[in-house]
Design a protein around this ligand. Structure first.
Ligand code: SAH
Ligand code: F3S
Length: 470
């Protein structure tokens, strides 16, 4: 049996792409190995979002080169955003790489590898096809999931926005939506295979479907998609990512809130709390508009929790701008914030027009400070949950304590409670006893179907009682 050593970096979309390509190798009889030196094929799924992510890949390529010198039969492949962005550099700087596959081309990996084995030579595929039927999501091996009970489904790839710092439109191309019926076929197949929670993925799900029906141009196709998915029996939970502050309407929030299976959690990246910085980022909303969107969410989605991304140290960010960002974090009360130091990406609009003028040590300090503001605020906020009951979908044994299991509640909070591995995939009602900045510990009140469990089940969709924590 042939073995593949596979490493993946980056976002949720990359996690899914990893699953797609590994599913193909599994179908073709490959086994995954944890040891690079045992592999016949080494494949790296790359990320370009920050320079650091690319540095890690270069160093891994260095390690693979040494291995290949000792065992020349090993083949080496690079896929994903970095393969797309710096294909020429890879070809030139890393002559030991046999296969380079861009963000739309990686599903040919198995065939390409056979061709290389048969005839030698290197293969480079990075063309982007602006057509849904060439998206790499077709014919998914649904059984190859790393998680038995939760899965990602792509609803669109690429991005039409032009946030000045961002490399994604360059590496993943313009927005292409997948047809609704295709998405539903894939979702049903996953649910038939035991999935209870689906997260729909897109760079900006707010505009899902607009490219499929350019003549209509109406908003809210994403809501239609969620309503369709909610009709699938035995699918219990629906999430989606990313809902940006732009292209969002109050009507869309109202529809999200009216679908019981759509979980009360939204990832709404703000990036900055300063209008001047937002303008330089070309985010197309103001801080006031951001607050308005959060207000719609809280009005229409009971119990909603919001998570957020921020970039610190963007071009021209002053102490005052940064104070405004801290204020936004305190005022909104996010469940979690992800903070990134601005990393200049070649060929982005900001790389061309705006100096990377905040010193590295200032970026680092702001990063730490903003996380401290978030954590202090979250610790206070999370205490309110002590004594309350939440429902979690148990994922498995907790990483930090093997007498506990871990799951996420409706609002995507991380919750630990006593349990064992036989409970994976079940819902449990947990009464929260301890609250930290990032997770909760509680007492298990009831497992699914035991007395005390919530009757909220997919089979009763439509008349499910609102869970008490919502
Ligand atoms: N719309 C996408 C954005 C992907 S990038 C989505 O689905 O969320 C994820 C996050 O990385 C962004 O929200 C931003 O906070 C951060 N990021 C993007 N480009 C960056 C850069 N050049 N430097 C630092 N952080 C960046
Ligand atoms: Fe990037 Fe902005 Fe699109 S952050 S992915 S250009 S919405």
């Amino acid at each position: 049996m042939k073995q593949i050593y596979f490493v993946s970096f980056g976002c949720q979309m990359n996690v899914l792409d990893a699953e797609l390509v590994l599913g193909d190798f599994q179908r073709s009889g490959y086994r995954r190995t944890d040891e690079m030196r045992h592999a016949d094929f080494v494949l790296i799924n790359t990320c370009s979002i920050r320079e650091h992510a690319e540095d890690k890949v270069w160093s891994l390529l260095g390690r693979a080169r040494q291995l290949k010198e000792a065992k020349p039969h090993i083949k080496l492949g690079v896929m994903g955003c970095m393969a797309q962005r710096v294909k020429d550099d890879i070809i030139r700087r890393a002559p030991h790489v046999d296969l380079v596959l861009g963000t739309s081309n990686f599903r040919s990996a198995v065939q390409d590898l056979q061709d290389i084995d048969a005839g030698g030579g290197r293969i480079l595929r990075t063309e982007k096809r602006p057509d849904p039927e060439f998206l790499p999501d077709a014919d998914r091996n649904v059984g190859a999931r790393p998680d038995r009970f939760r899965a990602y489904v792509t609803i669109m790839r690429g991005c039409n926005h032009a946030c000045t710092y961002c490399i994604v439109p360059h590496t993943r191309g313009p927005e292409i939506s997948r047809p609704l019926d295709e998405i539903m076929v894939e979702t049903r197949a996953l649910v038939a295979d035991g999935v209870r929670e689906i997260t729909f993925l897109g760079q900006n799900i707010n505009t899902y479907g607009q490219d499929l029906h350019p003549q209509r141009k109406h908003t809210g196709e994403i809501c239609t998609l969620l309503e369709e998915a909610a009709k699938i029996d035995r699918l219990d939970r629906i999430r989606f990512l990313t809902s940006n502050p732009f292209d969002m309407t109050e009507g869309m929030m109202r529809r999200f809130g009216s679908i019981p299976k759509v979980m009360p959690w939204l990832h709404i990246p703000a990036q900055s709390g300063s209008d001047a910085v937002l303008q330089r980022m070309q985010r197309t909303y103001s801080v006031a508009q951001y607050h308005e969107v959060v207000g719609w969410a809280r009005k229409h989605i009971p119990g909603v929790e919001i998570t957020c991304d921020f970039i610190v140290g963007f071009s021209g960010e002053t102490e005052e701008d940064f104070e405004a960002t801290k204020r936004l974090v305190r005022e909104v009360g996010f469940m979690q914030t992800y903070v990134f130091k601005y990393s200049l990406r070649p060929k982005t609009l900001s790389a061309r027009r705006l100096p990377d003028d905040v010193p590295e040590d200032v970026k680092s300090r702001r990063n730490v400070e903003l996380l401290a503001v978030q954590d202090a605020m979250a610790v206070e906020r999370n205490k309110r949950l002590i004594g309350k009951r939440v429902e979690i979908l148990i994922e498995g044994i907790s990483k930090s304590d093997d007498s506990r299991v871990t799951g996420r509640d409706h609002s995507n909070r991380l919750v630990h409670c006593p349990g064992d591995s036989s409970m994976a995939g079940l819902m449990a009602v947990v009464e929260i006893e301890e609250a930290g900045a990032h997770s909760f510990i509680g007492r298990r009140v009831a497992l699914e179907d035991e007395p005390g469990a919530w009757t909220y089940r997919s089979t009763s969709f439509g008349d499910a009682p609102a869970p008490t924590a919502r």
